[in-house]
Write a protein that binds this ligand. Structure first.
Ligand code: DCP
Ligand code: MG
Length: 368
C-alpha cells in the first residue's frame, strides 16, 4: 500500500501533442500560387513515370493520394493539375513551424518536414491544458504561414500520432487516459502507427482486425508471432508507450572544414590554413555555447584519402589557445602521412550539452 502511494507521487502523466500539416506540399503550392487555390492539384506525378507526392484535399475527393502513379491519378480526376515540387519552400515552412514550436517547448521531435511530437508536460506558456496549447500552436502557424495543420493530444506518442489524423484537415482530437483502452480496442489494425503494412496483413490473415482482437494475444504469443516487435505491440495495444519525445536529434559534433583553392604541400602553409579555420571553429563553439572533450583534425589528401586524428581530454576544451596547440600537435605528428592536402577540417565531439541532455532524460525516466 505504502509503496503504491509513494509511486503515484512520482507518476508524471505526460502531455504529448502531435502536429501534422494538412496536405503539406500541396498547401504550400496553393498558398504561393493563388491560381491553384480551390483546385485539384497533385505535387509531383508529372511525366510518364511520375508518382504523386501529395494531393490537395480537392483532389483527394477523387481518390488521388500520395504514392499513386500520375497517370492513374489523372484517370481518376481528369482536371488534375500537376505541380513540380519546390523542396526549398517546404523546408522553409518546416523551419518556420519548428520555430513556432520552440515558443512552447524545447522537447520537440520532428518526424519529417511536416510533423513533430511536442512534449508539453512542462511548457513555456505555463498552460496546464494541452488542448489549449494545441489550439494556440495551430492558430499561430496559420497566422504566420497561412497553412493549416491538425493536432493529436494524448499522454503518449502512439496515441497522439493516431489522434492527429482523426479530424484532418484543420482539426484536433484529444484522447484522455481513461478513454484510451476503449479507443484502442475499436481501432482497426491498419491504423496502428508502428505496425507496418506487411505485419498488418499477417495479423488480418490470422483474424486480428482490431485492437481488441490483438489484445487477446498473450505476450509470449505476440513475441512468437511477431518477433522482437511483439513486446512493443503487446504494450501499445494496452496503451503503454513510455518512449520519450526525443529532442531534435541532440547534436553530437560541431565542426568546420574547408576545401582549399589549391592543394597545399608546405607544412607552414597548412598551419596557416589551420589557424584561419581555428578562429571560425572557435566562433561556432562560442555561439553554440557548447564545447567537446574530443578534438578531431581531418585532412583530405590530394589523392582523396581521408585522414582523421583525434585527441581526448577528461574536461571540455574551452580555451582557444589550448585547442590551437592540440590541433597543431595533431597536424605535426602526422605530417609524414601526406604529401599534399586539398581539404582541412576541425571538429569536436563528446559535447557538454549532449552529456547534459542524456543526464536529463535519465532523470525524467526515473520519475515514472
Ligand atoms: N510525401 C511524399 N511521399 C509520400 C508521402 C508524403 O513525398 N508517399 C510528402 C508530401 C506530403 C508530406 O510528405 O505533403 C507530408 O506527408 P503526409 O503524410 O503528412 O501527407 P500530407 O501532409 O500531404 O497530407 P495530410 O493532410 O494527410 O497530412
Ligand atoms: Mg501532413
Amino acid at each position: 500500500m505504502i509503496k503504491t502511494s509513494l509511486n503515484s507521487l512520482f507518476l508524471v502523466i505526460r502531455k504529448i501533442i502531435h502536429i501534422d500539416m494538412d496536405a503539406f506540399y500541396a498547401s504550400v503550392e496553393q498558398r504561393d500560387f493563388p491560381e491553384l487555390r480551390g483546385k485539384a492539384i497533385a505535387v509531383g506525378g508529372g511525366g510518364r513515370r511520375g508518382v504523386v507526392a501529395t494531393a490537395s484535399y480537392e483532389a483527394r475527393k477523387y481518390g488521388v493520394h500520395s504514392a499513386m502513379p500520375g497517370f492513374k491519378a489523372k484517370k481518376l480526376c481528369s482536371n488534375l493539375i500537376f505541380v513540380k515540387p519546390r523542396f526549398e519552400a517546404y523546408k522553409e515552412a518546416s523551419q518556420q513551424i519548428r520555430a513556432i514550436f520552440k515558443n512552447y517547448t524545447d522537447l520537440i521531435e520532428p518526424l519529417s518536414l511536416d510533423e513533430a511530437y511536442l512534449d508539453v508536460t512542462e511548457n513555456k506558456k505555463n498552460e496546464a491544458l494541452a488542448t489549449v496549447l494545441a489550439t494556440q500552436i495551430r492558430a499561430e502557424i496559420f497566422e504566420q504561414l497561412q497553412l493549416s495543420c491538425s493536432a493529436g493530444i494524448s499522454y503518449c506518442k502512439f496515441l497522439a500520432k493516431i489522434a492527429s489524423d482523426i479530424k484532418k484537415p484543420n482539426g484536433q482530437t484529444v484522447i484522455k487516459p481513461h478513454k484510451a483502452a476503449a479507443f484502442i480496442e475499436q481501432l482497426p489494425i491498419k491504423k496502428f502507427y508502428g505496425i507496418g503494412k506487411v505485419t498488418a496483413q499477417k495479423m488480418e490473415a490470422i483474424g486480428i482486425h482490431t485492437g481488441n482482437d490483438l489484445k487477446q494475444l498473450s505476450e509470449l504469443n505476440m513475441v512468437k508471432n511477431f518477433g522482437k516487435m511483439g513486446r512493443f505491440y503487446y504494450n501499445i495495444v494496452r496503451g503503454i508507450d513510455d518512449r520519450p519525445v526525443n529532442t531534435e536529434r541532440i547534436r553530437k559534433s560541431i565542426g568546420v572544414e574547408r576545401t582549399l583553392a589549391e592543394n597545399l604541400t608546405e607544412l607552414s602553409e597548412i598551419i596557416n590554413q589551420l589557424k584561419m579555420l581555428l578562429s571560425k571553429f572557435f566562433d561556432r563553439l562560442q555561439r553554440a555555447n557548447n564545447y567537446g572533450r574530443t578534438l578531431t583534425l581531418k585532412l583530405k589528401t590530394a589523392d582523396f584519402q581521408i585522414i582523421t586524428r583525434s585527441i581526448s581530454k577528461n574536461y571540455y576544451l574551452k580555451d582557444i589557445a589550448e585547442i590551437e596547440q592540440l590541433a597543431l600537435q595533431l597536424l605535426q605528428q602526422n605530417a609524414d602521412t601526406f604529401e599534399a592536402i586539398r581539404l582541412i577540417g576541425l571538429s569536436t565531439t563528446n559535447l557538454e550539452k549532449e552529456a547534459q541532455a542524456e543526464w536529463k532524460t535519465k532523470q525524467l525516466r526515473l520519475d515514472f
